[in-house]
Each structure stands twice: as C-alpha cells, then as structure tokens.
Design a protein around this ligand. Structure first.
Ligand code: GLP
Length: 237
C-alpha cells in the first residue's frame, strides 16, 4: 500500500485525477472502475478540465461503476447513473455506450447481477478502480457483513449508510433501502486501486480499514491485501 498524504481536498482531487489521466494516456483503451459520493466530485471536475485542455482523451475508454440504488430510474436525480452523467460522463469525450452502471430498475435482480459480472469479465477486468469509503467501511455498497461477497449482488443498506446518504434526498424515507453493488472480487482483481478519503468524519474508519484486522465487518479492510493500492488523503492516519 502506498499512502500519499496531501494538504487538502483540492490536492487530493488533483492528484487522483492526474493518476487517472496518466493511466488513460498510457493505455487509451483503459477500463476505469468509477465511484460516486461527494468525495470523487473534485476528481471528476479536474478530469473534465484535463479533457477540455486536450491533456487526456477518453474516446476509447470504458467505465464500469461500482453500484446503483435499487428502484431508481437512471433519470432520477439521486441515481448513480444521473450522478455520473452530470459530474463526468457527459462532460468528457467518452462514448456513453461504453459507460456502465448497474440497472437499478432491473426486474430480475439475479440476472442483472450476472450480466454485470459478465460485462466486467468481457471487458478484461478493471485496470484502475477509484474508490471512496463509507462511514461504516463500505466500498461500493459492500456493507459490513459476516463474509466478503464475491460477485455483483443486491444489498440491504444499513442505518449508517441510509443516514449518511439521506443528505442528498428530500427526506430519509426517500433513500432506497437496497442497492446493487459490484462484489469484492472485481474490486480486488482490478490491476490498481485508488482510494480517496477526506473529512475528519472518515479518519477513524480509514485507520480501521488500512491498519486494523482484515475482516468483512470492515469491507474496505480487504484492500490491505491488494497488490497495488494507492491511498490519497489529507487525513492523519
Ligand atoms: C456511497 C457510495 C460509495 C461511497 C460512499 C461515501 O454510499 N456507494 O461508493 O464511497 O457513498 O460517500 P461520500 O464520498 O459522499 O462520503
């Protein structure tokens, strides 16, 4: 694990964007694993700038997002498809057909999860996976549990996550209770993982995840076993 200590959110975002841009410049057909949440917004803003300045070309890139709320239309303002289109995908020169988010409106959840795993496999796996972390240590929507779940699956969100994410909705009741998430296997098989975290409220969970025991009770702790993990954070951990 390599920890890059930065001054603040802006520097974290700039460094993360530079690493992603370098990856795309080295391999224009890169498969990027992307994340949502407030943490990567600055990274996406920098990537849009780099693209507009002609410093990176996304025309041959494929993106595969970690997760999606179950039951939300892609056009719903809080859906992760909407988030990705708004913050990044419609602002760069990527072919939208090559951008993927689980289908939160799938009627056959099992089939959708299998489809998503096949999509990742057919893409040859993920070259660079960007991750944030939830307050309970979740990555994607892999919530604390008794075991690490390998494949894409449907999860019931726990209270901590629902409370944290309710800030984006009009009321707590509107937060979906379930989500589809990529499993631990695809994340751990990514050639490189880039974990970003900022805000004092993430300090304790980052310490636990990176230096505590590897346990499904703290899903992000599995990243300690990843062969190429880069952590960029302003936090003193
Ligand atoms: C959501 C996403 C995660 C993200 C987490 C943290 O639950 N599913 O991928 O890491 O939120 O979000 P934030 O960056 O807003 O703290």
């Amino acid at each position: 694990m390599r920890i890059v200590k930065v001054k603040n959110y802006e520097e974290m975002s700039r460094k993360a964007a530079n690493i992603i841009a370098a990856q795309v410049n080295l391999n224009p057909q890169t498969v990027l694993g992307l994340a949502t949440g407030s943490t990567p917004i600055g990274t996406y803003e920098r990537l849009v700038e780099l693209c507009n300045n002609g410093d990176v070309d996304f025309s041959q890139v494929t993106t595969i997002n970690l997760d999606e709320y179950y039951g939300l239309e892609p056009t719903h303002e809080q859906s992760y498809r909407y988030f990705m289109n708004k913050h990044l995908l419609t602002k760069i020169n990527i072919n939208l057909a090559n951008t993927h988010v689980p289908n939160g409106k799938a009627t056959d959840i099992e089939a959708e999860c299998r489809r998503y795993d096949e999509l990742i496999e057919n893409a040859g796996g993920i070259d660079l996976q960007l991750l944030g972390i939830g307050h309970d240590g979740h990555i994607g929507f892999n919530e604390p549990s008794d075991e690490f779940v390998m494949g894409t699956h449907c999860v019931t969100l726990n209270e901590i996550t629902i409370n944290a994410n309710s800030r984006f909705f009009n009321s707590r009741d509107e937060v979906p209770k379930q989500a589809l998430t990529m499993g631990i296997k695809a994340i751990m098989q990514a050639s490189r993982v880039l974990l970003i975290a900022s805000g004092d409220d993430k300090k304790e969970i980052m310490k636990k995840a990176l230096f505590g025991p590897v346990t499904p009770a703290v899903p992000a702790s599995i990243l300690q076993l990843h062969r190429d993990l880069i952590v960029i954070t302003p936090l003193d951990i």
